[in-house]
Design a protein around this ligand. Structure first.
Ligand SMILES: Cc1ncc(COP(=O)(O)O)c(C=O)c1O
Length: 456
């Protein structure tokens, strides 16, 4: 009887999604002819098919069928000011009139570099690319060139983009009880596995154990100061300082990937934690919505990219540092000062506190996590310390999260289907409270399903 009731709830949610997104379905069918699955980014896909956006305005998205959504995805955390912010649009328009990219340096490049260096004291100089993936790739190349070593220590389940040396254990090793075993993702050469050592996030003992044995092979530790893409898990007290100390003690560099976490403080999460890495990778919000990446750090390391030097490291990129992205990024960060950071961090707290309250009120086991404007939900009340904890918590409730996602879409709230919410500056308490109310109504509807899963 219970399972019939649950099937009916699921069918009803699914059916309502199909009904209200008919044009998106049509567009998805057409797109499938030319693009596998009809989309061009694995992360943006969800079943049965993603809605097709036609417009973004402030904190809202509008789809091909005319539905409005409060956007808590913000292009995977990158749109700090939501969509088409007038100040950033004006900066883009102004620059477009003078050309997009010029094949020689423009002033806008060093202006954005200066702004970032002034906000992030560990970054004495930096270079631009077009993606966060390029940024982590060049941090790693710099670390190899500087130390003369080839290996890396990476967090199990950590994500740093699409290039081969970080496409190792983007899903944590769930099988091995001791040290996580390196496993390249499909299509990545297995030879990469031998140069990557893995430790769970928030686990200093394992890092020390690996460094004691392998530091001679390891150029750097690469990590997010919070597991952003890997599940929104924050660092335990003293963890990041401990990582800095271990890196120094064993003579390896420390790379922070702040592609996501830079938004939580004007100086990045490293400023919040008061820890200085040797190198930092940036992306997402520093481009004002346009494609960008940047990597920077200690001058003596970054100087290896100085083309005046006879054996400098080559770093090019046809569109790197293009004037429009630089202008957009500068305008974007200019209006994302600490006061604004604090304001949306407070909204993030209101969101997670609201979700926790609703889990309790509806009587479903659940928990929230995150830092500042980054928030996550999971159907567990356990504390999640690393990516393995996150994935283990997601496996039994995968389908439940999928239906929660569809039902919240049916009610006009868009979040990332694995349970991540990102706050943007056009949001106010009104949008946060609306999301909490939609969460409550959706969870009430799905309660029989949630109870069944939690009783298993
Ligand atoms: C932590 C982290 N690092 C690096 C990247 C790669 O950035 P991009 O997608 O711009 O290549 C991402 C992308 O989501 C990320 O979340």
């Amino acid at each position: 009887m219970a399972s019939q009731e649950i099937e009916k709830i699921k069918q009803d949610i699914w059916q309502r999604y199909l009904e209200r997104t008919k044009k998106s379905k049509e567009l998805n069918e057409k797109a499938k002819y030319f693009m596998p699955g009809g989309d061009t980014r694995s992360i943006a896909f969800y079943t049965p098919y993603p809605f097709f956006a036609v417009e973004g305005k402030g904190c809202c998205l509008y789809d091909a069928d005319g539905n409005e959504y409060i956007d808590f995805v913000n292009n995977m955390t990158s749109l700090i000011h939501g969509h088409a912010h007038p100040y950033v649009m004006e900066a883009i328009r102004k620059q477009m009139k003078k050309g997009i990219t010029h094949g020689v340096p423009v002033e806008a490049q060093y202006k954005l570099a200066e702004l970032i260096c002034k906000r992030v004291p560990s970054v004495e100089s930096l270079r631009f690319g077009n993606t966060g993936s390029e940024a982590t790739m060049f941090c790693m190349r710099a670390a190899r060139a500087f130390t003369g070593k080839e290996g890396f220590l990476k967090m199990d389940g950590g994500y740093h983009g699409g290039h081969d040396f970080v496409q190792i254990n983007t899903m944590p090793d769930l099988a091995t009880e001791d040290l996580p075993k390196a496993q390249a993702t499909k299509g990545v050469p297995a030879c990469v596995e031998k140069d990557v050592f893995l430790a769970p996030f928030n686990d200093l003992n394992t890092v020390e154990r690996i460094l004691k044995d392998k530091a001679k092979k390891i150029a750097a530790i690469i990590m997010e100061p919070m597991l952003g893409a890997g599940g929104g898990v924050g660092p335990k007290d003293g963890y990041l300082k401990g990582m800095r100390e271990l890196a120094d003690q064993y003579g390896v560099l420390l790379i922070f990937d702040e592609v996501i976490s830079f938004r939580v403080h004007a100086g990045g999460l490293q400023a919040m934690a008061d820890v200085k890495p040797d190198l930092t990778a940036f992306g997402k919000i520093i481009g004002g919505g346009l494609p960008i990446g940047a990597f920077g750090g200690r001058k003596e390391i970054m100087e290896m990219f100085d083309p005046n030097k006879p054996d400098s490291i080559t770093h090019s990129g046809t569109f790197s540092g293009n004037a429009v992205t630089m202008a957009a990024g500068y305008a974007n960060l200019e209006i994302y000062h600490q006061k604004e950071v604090d304001r949306i961090n407070t909204l993030g707290k209101r969101l997670t506190e609201g979700f926790s309250r609703i889990f309790e009120k509806v009587g479903i086991q659940g928990g929230t996590r995150g830092i500042g404007s980054l928030a996550g939900i999971a159907f567990t009340d356990k504390v999640l310390n690393d990516s393995r904890d996150v994935v283990l918590s997601m496996i039994p409730s995968f389908e439940l999260m999928q239906y929660l996602h569809l039902e919240m879409l049916n009610r006009g709230v868009f979040f990332l289907h694995r349970g991540m919410f990102t706050v943007s500056t056009p949001m106010t308490e009104i949008e946060i409270d609306k999301a909490i109310a939609v969460f409550e109504a959706s969870l009430e509807l799905l309660k029989p399903f949630a109870v069944e899963i939690q009783n298993q």
